[in-house]
Design a protein around this ligand. Structure first.
Ligand SMILES: [Zn+2]
Length: 167
């Protein structure tokens, strides 16, 4: 329960649209907050984090950077703690924590994450293809990796030598 700061009525908890600036650009996001009949809207407690993340993700989506849920998904896929994920990327744990709370990774770091995850998925698929004895495997990848460049072609005579098709 939350009372409106403007008129004192009880506000309802629901998805609310917020418009604001993030890195000097205007974005409109929808996230859980409180809305009053008078039009006043706000976020409280944990919702503040949710609002930060919503703006960061709007920005990331615009610039084709991995979103919070994608970054969390990678860490879950790898089954790594924040510290181990930081080690995996050669950065520090504070950086990982910031990303997961609405700080945007820079482009070069985003590219590093993409390459490291690509390598990871390639290794998995290399193993799968050897097991199955087949010579062509589509990488099990999140959508952002989808591209003809990410199909691995294995020479049928030499399954151990994986090579990336170049398009
Ligand atoms: Zn009100």
């Amino acid at each position: 329960m939350a009372e409106c700061w403007e008129c004192g009525r009880i506000m309802t908890r629901q998805n609310v649209e917020f418009t604001g600036k993030f890195k000097d650009e205007d974005f409109t996001v929808s996230t859980e907050g409180y809305l009053c009949e008078c039009g006043y809207k706000t976020v409280q407690g944990d919702q503040t984090d949710g609002l930060n993340i919503a703006f960061a993700d709007a920005y990331r989506t615009k610039y084709s950077l991995f979103t919070t849920s994608e970054l969390l998904g990678f860490r879950k896929e790898l089954n790594l703690s924040q510290q181990k994920f930081a080690d995996f990327l050669g950065t520090n744990v504070q950086t990982i924590k910031k990303w997961e709370h609405g700080c945007v990774q820079d482009k070069s770091m985003n590219e590093l994450i993409r390459l490291k995850m690509k390598e990871y998925y390639e290794n998995i698929n290399s193993g799968l293809s050897e097991q199955a004895g087949i010579n062509k495997v589509f990488l099990m990848c999140p959508q952002k990796f989808e591209s003809s460049n990410f199909i691995v072609n294995y020479p049928s005579s030499d399954l151990n030598q994986s090579s990336l098709a170049s398009g």
